[in-house]
Design a protein around this ligand. Structure first.
Ligand code: GLN
Length: 497
């Protein structure tokens, strides 16, 4: 019973909580027990605060019983009492906020991120601090200073990254859903590798106030969930304008779940674009076959499938690793040992504090990126690298907008390969960077994208399908994803833990 609860969807649990079939405290206890049972093997959490989670759950039960006695009889709010895991770059007041870095190992956040506050306002329980690649830089969680999270489907393999802890926790039943951040694929790729749904909203849809910044023109917060419907529910809760993040857009927030259901009702036939550049060399044959089968499924559903071209795709990884490193070199300048976080103990003067603190506090990948980013921004190289990358970025966005003249959404693999073995790519940063080839363009263009389960390899590893939508048209994107999800049951499979 209790393991069943941990693998249920938000939608099912919400009904169960409404009926009184379970209390929020019982649900939270089940999730805590499950986490204690499996996290020694999975390693999804940096930390969790059992007493705090149970106190939040008790407060939720209290709210529910008050509204019952008030006799409204109306169904409760969908996230009331649901434990949601948070990537350890999203601030939760009074809880550690480490970015999986020695630099912030002992830092406790004095305030809530806007998404955290919105989850609380919706009645959700903020549950645990989920592991990631240090400062969200990586595709495997191997760059975490604390632990490499294991893929629940094969503990010898990585869960993807950088939000590997969020994906693994949802896959393993250690959280009902989770939030992550996506700068170049960090929600979608781990979702694909762990058989869960992961969505990056349009740039500007969700406030980043209280998110530790990596590359500010690319970062976006989004949900991990067990169904498209659950992802829609979380997206509705966290979206919206925030005066504390000037890049969040002042647009009304639709009820994504209701909008998606209405589109499904309408029987609308989608025009889907298949970018020919996404099916070339480097695509694992089993991933390619599963994605082809998914496209065939869409055809059977009556969708119109068209080939489209995104000709500047070949420059995306290069442009991304210039822009992202440039922005990170600037964002990470604040970790100087003076204001907060790690400070070297054996520094002798002010300059020495900076040098030693940063040498001790940052891991090798973060240092590599700060050095690269500083280089591409330096005088004499700025035009050759940074400015040119910005121009390529514009071309990539234009490619997508051109394609959207003919199609409603674009369908691709999420990751070129299924989960790889720990250590397999760790020594070769370029091989690791190439893993982002299908996800990065979406961030450069600021578009919404979602990864949904679409099959397994013969060896039992999950495969993800990416659907890319148009700016601020998440409802349609979710509806396209849900149409496929409805006629398949990949998402129902559970890892052999
Ligand atoms: N893997 C990419 C990188 O290393 C993307 C990371 C992310 O989206 N945060 O930068």
């Amino acid at each position: 019973m209790s393991e069943e609860l941990c693998h249920s969807t938000i939608a099912d649990l919400s009904r169960l909580l409404d009926r009184g079939g379970v209390s929020a405290v019982e649900l939270m206890r089940a999730v805590i027990a499950r986490t204690k049972e499996v996290d020694g093997r999975v390693g999804a959490f940096n930390s969790f605060d059992e007493a705090d989670a149970l106190a939040q759950a008790a407060a939720s039960d209290e709210r529910r019983s008050r509204s019952r006695t008030a006799g409204s009889g109306a169904p409760g709010r969908p996230l009331e009492g649901i434990p949601i895991g948070l990537k350890d770059v999203i601030a939760v007041a009074g809880q550690p906020l480490t970015a999986s870095s020695r630099m912030l190992e002992h830092f406790v956040s004095p305030y809530d991120a806007t998404v955290t506050r919105k989850l609380r306002d919706a009645g959700a329980i903020c549950w645990g601090r989920l592991n990631l690649d240090e400062f969200a830089m990586g595709s495997s969680t191997e760059n975490s200073a604390f632990r490499t999270t294991s893929n629940p489907w094969d503990l010898e393999r990585v869960p993807g990254g950088s939000s590997g802890g969020s994906a693994a926790a949802v896959a393993a039943g250690e959280a009902i859903a989770a939030l992550g951040s996506d700068t170049g694929g960090s929600i979608r790729q781990p979702a694909a590798l762990c058989n869960v749904v992961g969505m990056k909203p349009t740039y500007g849809r969700v406030s980043r106030y209280g998110l530790i910044a990596f590359a500010s023109s690319l970062d976006q917060i989004g949900p991990f969930a067990r169904s498209v419907e659950d992802a829609a529910c979380l997206l509705s809760a966290i979206s919206g304008h925030d005066r504390r993040d000037s890049t969040s857009v002042d647009l009304g927030v639709p009820d994504y779940g209701a909008g998606m259901a209405a589109l499904a009702q309408s029987g609308r036939k989608w025009r889907l674009g298949i970018p020919k550049e996404y099916f070339g060399a480097g695509l694992d044959p089993e991933v390619g076959a599963a994605v082809q089968a998914a496209i065939d499924e869409y055809r059977r559903l009556g969708c119109e499938i068209r080939e489209v071209s995104l000709p500047h795709t070949k420059y995306a990884v290069g442009a991304y690793y210039i822009i992202a490193t440039a922005e990170c070199s600037s964002n990470l300048a604040r970790y100087d040992g003076v204001r907060y976080g790690h400070r070297s103990r054996d520094a002798t003067d002010a300059i020495d504090i900076y040098f030693k603190t940063r040498a001790e506090g940052f891991g090798p990948e973060v240092k590599r990126r700060i050095i690269l980013g500083t280089y591409v921004l330096s005088s004499g190289y700025y035009d050759a690298f940074y400015l040119r990358a910005q121009k390529v970025r514009t071309l990539i966005r234009r490619d997508f907008l051109e394609a959207y003249k003919d199609v409603d959404a674009i369908v691709t693999p999420t990751s070129p390969t299924p989960a790889f073995r720990k250590g397999e790519k760790a020594a070769n940063p370029l091989a690791m960077y190439l893993n982002d080839i299908y996800t990065i363009g979406v961030n450069l263009a600021g578009l919404p994208g979602i990864s949904i389960p679409c099959g397994f390899t013969r060896g039992g590893l999950p495969i993800g399908l990416q659907v890319i939508g148009q700016p601020f048209r998440e409802t349609e994107l979710l509806a396209v994803a849900a149409a496929y999800e409805k006629v398949t049951d990949w998402r129902m499979r559970r890892p052999p833990l």
